[in-house]
Design a protein. Structure first.
Length: 334
């Protein structure tokens, strides 16, 4: 088995089986397109796509593996799970599929994620020796600058480092819009190094965030980033009540962690509440900065906002959310 990133796909064509893992729509489309072109050049003229869910006709998929095309003996099959995931019934179908694959069949499976236990399935083990796993997860805030640099190198473009930071700020989480603006810049400023001002004159705020980006930014005390994310959530008309629920869970967790630290070590408390390893550093810093009384005050403030929201006071709800963000980061004590 070989594991690669999406931008390495052109260097790893030729394998019979591919597993596209990750939910980024741009990266998924890019990898699928490159694979289609590569297999077409190799004589895989018949290319079939099946959307996988609980109503999928697996007999049609099995038949496509066994039926000889009149014009081509080579068939490329795409199994696209969309937003769906593996379950026991589908795993059984995949196990059967792996048993009927022939050398003339190439298989590309697109799946948002796979668990360690699911990797123990028969189909996964059967394909693994000839399988290429392609990571199509959206680059996070730390990975994005390097991703942009790699993309610029492929496009034979040069952009000032500060301008790359600007692209990260305005296009995080939205690779489609990011690649579109880079293509636009290439047309506007061919054969030259593109400056910060030239980028700034052509950008718009197209970043896509989740509420968890917001809470992580607040816990990490990244004020500018937290406010930017909240602004984008507002623009995209994200439901405020859902945001309040997510912050509420974080606050209750923080309170329980602070209480636990009175008798146990940090590691013991983190283990008890199953805090992810990649979040323990920012949680530790936040717990060292905050006081448990401040956390209770935040919880009371959040309750006030929710009561206000339920009385249909939509006009000021986002102002209250911004104030809550500042208070969460210790910049506006109540």
């Amino acid at each position: 088995m070989i594991k690669i990133s999406a931008d390495q796909i052109n260097h790893k064509v030729g394998a019979p089986y591919y597993l596209i893992l990750g939910s980024d729509p741009y990266l998924q489309h890019y990898v699928q397109t490159e694979l289609r072109k590569s297999f077409l050049q190799k004589g895989f003229d018949e290319q079939l796509t099946f959307v996988i869910d609980n109503q999928t006709d697996w007999t049609a998929i099995y038949d496509s593996c066994q039926a000889m095309n009149l014009f081509s003996a080579n068939t490329l099959i795409f199994l696209d799970f969309g937003e769906g995931s593996l379950n026991a019934a589908i795993t059984t179908k995949l196990n059967t599929l792996s048993e009927v694959l022939t050398p003339g069949i190439a298989l590309v499976i697109t799946l948002n994620k796979i668990t360690k236990s699911q990797e123990n399935a028969n189909w996964y083990k059967a394909l693994s020796d000839k399988l290429v796993v392609v990571n199509c997860t959206t680059p996070d805030t730390l990975q994005l600058p390097q991703w942009i640099k790699n993309h610029l190198q492929q496009q034979q473009m040069t952009i000032e480092p500060k301008a790359i930071e600007l692209l990260c700020y305005y296009y995080e989480g939205n690779l489609l819009a990011l690649t579109q603006i880079i293509a636009q810049l290439k047309l506007l400023y061919p054969n030259q190094s593109i400056s910060y001002d030239e980028v700034e004159n052509n950008i718009n705020d197209s970043a896509i965030f989740t509420p968890y980006h917001w809470t992580d930014a607040m816990i990490a005390n990244k004020t500018k980033r937290a406010i930017h994310i909240l602004q984008q959530l507002k623009i995209n008309e994200f439901e405020p009540l859902i945001l309040l629920r997510i912050v509420q869970r974080e606050l209750i967790l923080m309170i329980n962690l602070k209480k636990g630290l009175q008798q146990k070590s940090l590691k013991q408390v983190f283990d008890e509440y199953k805090v992810w390893q990649n979040k323990r550093t920012i949680y530790t810093s936040y717990l060292n900065r905050c006081d448990i009384n401040d956390l209770f005050n935040l919880l009371a403030k959040l309750t006030e906002i929710e009561i206000s929201l339920k009385h249909d006071n939509q006009a000021r709800i986002w102002d209250a959310m911004f104030n809550l963000s500042m208070q969460f980061m210790g910049l506006d004590k109540c």
